[in-house]
Write a protein that binds this ligand. Structure first.
Ligand code: UDP
Length: 484
């Protein structure tokens, strides 16, 4: 074992969506930092967002590169240039996007044949990569981009269908044969009462490839969710490596500031602003890379933040088709001078969360945001919307006990909710509770701080994630020696 010193070559194939691409690039960097050649496969327009960051990595001595393959948007029935989930403007387009990802299979196979990498790490939404890789003797690792807790929840719901045993969407049920006493409501689950939909086949394939692939890499760390990591391995029999938080692979300020894309705010401006604030006094409010609220909901958030009297940084994703300042209450920006900072579109999230003035994070519970908040040691106000975000909320509220739910209880299919689900009073109440000086908030802050410390320890030499990555690379090396 380990006598082969040949450089390993690993392909990384992310889904074209910020929440999937950002952590995959971080994983590619982690591998490269251990001496592998890391190649990220993507499309021309997606490459633009991270080409500079890969150049910086190369200059720092890492063997990283981008391999571009075209996305035939028009053939797929999408508008020209629509290469990322960020560009999708309706649920129909989302479906078209996902159902056309198979078009990458042929170009990928050509690359595999030509380069014969030692492994490919591919996003869950590209399940056909397992078979494509097998043809060339290349092991495929699945990357889901979520917590192990959430993977276990999804399996539990499929296996036992506990939601069918309650009589209403709002009745509470407990997940059966599941570690911990985890409570859900049917309204918080996706695809309620719709067992057959266009995603059914895709989901089945995704689940199957967990078992037919080499294994699963998870952006999490053992100490965060030990009962669920054990459950996933032992009860669900998945082979898995927890190697996160992968965001910690971004060690310098510029990489952190431009992670995902270049921020629409000069980092010095908000750093100076945060420097003027007391520790733990500012709430960071952001709902990820895709979610957009309607004008009425934005108004409620603005009014709730204002009446809480808490300082905030609020990232607002603007719907480009609507008038820019429409959502703000009259005179809001003037009154909030010095109190609140609004960032339109893209914020340097990692840098903001790391600042000691940040004392809480109001989030849509995308897994990257949750893990980045955990790593920064901050407690949450949870506002899940779609995908597996309610699962992540349960982990924060019921297992880690480092957050307060804002009160949205209905899962939606699309990134832009039509209704107002949370009123200004609920926003104000949650913000006051979390950011106040009460015992509840103090305890959460303490727990969050401890988790942040453990997250950082996990990726240091000798830490659990560091060690898991070492053994994964070792297994890949053994595998490639066997097939030579
Ligand atoms: N992000 C960012 N700036 C923004 C919005 C998002 O840097 O203004 C990053 C964030 O740090 C995270 C990713 O984009 O790494 C979003 O992923 P997440 O899983 O939280 O949510 P999604 O966008 O997939 O819904």
């Amino acid at each position: 074992m380990g006598s082969d010193t040949r450089q390993l070559s690993v392909f990384f194939f992310p889904l074209m969506a910020q929440g999937h691409t950002i952590p995959m690039i971080d994983i590619a960097r982690l591998f490269a930092a251990r001496g592998t050649k890391s190649t990220i496969i993507t499309t021309p327009l997606n490459a633009i967002h991270f080409a500079d960051s890969i150049d910086r990595d190369k200059k720092s001595g890492l063997d990283m590169r981008i391999q571009i393959i075209p996305f035939p948007c028009v053939e797929a029935g999408l508008p020209e240039g629509c290469e990322s989930m960020d560009d999708l403007t309706s649920p129909d387009m989302v479906l078209t996007f996902f159902l056309n990802l198979y078009r990458f299979q042929e170009p990928l196979e050509r690359l595999l044949e030509e380069h014969r990498p030692d492994c490919i790490v591919a996003d869950m939404f590209l399940p056909w990569t397992t078979d494509a890789a097998k043809k060339y003797g290349v092991p495929r690792l699945v990357f889901h981009g979520t917590s192990t807790f959430s993977l276990c929840v999804v399996d539990n719901i499929v296996r036992y269908a506990p939601e069918l045993k309650v009589t209403s969407d709002s009745e509470v049920f407990v997940l059966p044969s599941f570690p911990g006493q985890i409570e859900f409501k049917r309204s918080q689950l996706g695809n309620r009462g719709d067992s057959q939909n266009p995603f059914t086949e895709l989901k089945k394939k995704i689940s199957e490839t967990e078992l037919t692939s080499f294994g699963v890499v998870v952006n999490s760390f053992y100490e965060l969710e030990p009962a669920y990591v054990d459950h996933y391995k032992e009860e669900m029999r998945r082979k898995t490596w927890n190697i996160g938080p992968v965001s910690l692979s971004n060690r310098n300020t510029i990489n952190k500031a431009h992670r995902g894309r270049k921020a629409t705010i000069d980092e010095h401006h908000y750093i100076n602003w945060l420097n003027s604030k007391e520790h733990n006094s500012v709430l960071y409010v952001s709902f990820g890379s895709m979610s957009r609220f309607n004008t009425a909901q934005l108004l409620e958030i603005a009014m709730g933040l204002e009446s809480s009297k808490v300082s905030f940084i609020w990232v607002v994703r603007m719907d480009k088709t609507k008038a820019e300042e429409l959502f703000l209450p009259e005179g809001f920006e003037e009154r909030m001078k010095g109190k609140g900072l609004i960032i339109k579109d893209w914020a340097p999230q990692m840098l903001i969360l790391d600042h000691p003035a940040i004392g809480g994070f109001m989030t849509h519970c995308g897994w990257n945001s949750i893990l980045e908040g955990i790593t920064a040691g901050v407690p949450f106000i949870t506002w899940p919307l779609f995908a597996e975000q309610f699962n992540n909320e349960k982990l924060v509220i019921q297992v880690l006990k480092t957050g307060i739910p804002v009160g949205n209880e209905v899962w939606i299919l699309w990134i832009e909710p039509e209704d107002v689900s949370v009123t200004k009073d609920k926003v104000e109440e949650a913000v006051t509770r979390l950011m106040g000086k009460g015992e509840e908030a103090g305890d959460m802050r303490q727990r969050a701080r401890e988790l942040g410390e453990r997250a950082k320890q996990a990726v240091e030499e000798g830490g659990s994630s560091y060690t898991e990555l070492t053994s994964l690379i070792e297994e890949l090396r053994v595998h490639s020696q066997q097939i030579v």
